[in-house]
Write a protein that binds this ligand. Structure first.
Ligand code: ADE
Length: 269
């Protein structure tokens, strides 16, 4: 997969080659090192046309802050997405913005299946809205929010999205099952739609607290059931909105699931 990032702060992403910064370490660093992902970070100011390398201007209609200029962004995206090595140009543009659609595990999975992702990091009050509108006439464009809070720019959101995408690439995680079973597991996994429950490792007793005995029982059926019960309880406690979505597909809930949810205060017809 090829990943281009256009930003006015290329240093934010560190030096991939030196193994530093969000693209250089951990799973993402390894994926880059193996050549599974070809990262290219570009300084937006390289497409500015005046001596001050201006990338923003005051908003039409007035108001606070500055808006990023469409001419500079247009040239940058033509250069970065337009030279896609894929015949037919299959790049997908992702614009992080608090006013975008929510970033979800399903969206991460769909990005992991792409051949070329281009991230356009906005700053200030955002990018002139004609940019995504115009690019959309030629390629897929997603305006995406990583949560209901406002960051100073898209860079941190790109680091978040790339980490979620990279761990889904074949071979990156090592244990493929762990992606299928984690919270929001995008696979057809039996834990889909649930938060992950508690986990434990050695020692069996720590500061007087014992590991739940069922986990030591060797009874795989009982362990799987217990894990699902715990996942249901945790989801009911901290994300009742997810339980409501589960109930929309009643076939996904067995009798024991309903019992656990009823104890947590959720009753289904
Ligand atoms: N840029 C600023 N805030 C953001 C958010 N919540 N998600 C994505 N990009 C952003």
């Amino acid at each position: 997969m090829r990943v281009d990032i256009v930003t006015i702060f290329p240093d934010y992403f560190g030096s991939h080659a030196a193994g530093e910064g969000p693209l250089g370490v951990s799973l993402i660093g390894k994926a880059g090192g193996r050549g599974d992902i070809d990262f290219r970070v570009h300084d937006l100011r390289g497409w500015a046309t005046d001596v001050h390398n201006t990338v923003d201007d005051s908003p039409f209609g007035g108001g606070p802050g500055m808006v990023m200029k469409p001419d500079v962004w247009g040239d940058a995206l033509d250069a970065v997405a337009g030279d896609s090595a894929d015949p037919g140009g299959t790049a997908r543009l992702i614009v992080p913005t608090p006013s975008g659609q929510p970033f979800t595990q399903d969206l991460a999975a769909s990005y992991a299946a792409e051949r070329h992702l281009v991230f356009a990091c906005g700053r200030y009050e955002g990018i002139d809205s004609r940019v995504p509108a115009e690019v959309r006439t030629r390629m897929a464009v997603d305006e995406v929010s990583i949560g209901d809070y406002v960051l100073a720019g898209g860079e941190a959101a790109v680091a978040v999205m790339l980490e979620a995408v990279c761990r889904l690439l074949p071979g990156v995680l090592g244990n493929e099952q762990s992606a299928a079973d984690d919270s929001f597991g995008a696979g057809a996994g039996k834990m889909r739609g649930l938060l992950e429950g508690p986990v434990y490792t050695r020692p069996r007793s720590w500061r007087g607290i014992e590991v739940p005995p069922v986990l030591l029982s060797g009874d795989h059926g009982a362990i799987a059931r217990w894990r699902r019960d715990e996942a249901l309880r945790r989801t009911a406690e901290v994300r009742p909105d997810l339980v409501t979505s589960l109930a929309a597909d009643p076939d996904g809930l067995d009798a024991r699931d309903r019992e656990v949810l009823a104890e947590a205060g959720f009753h289904f017809a």
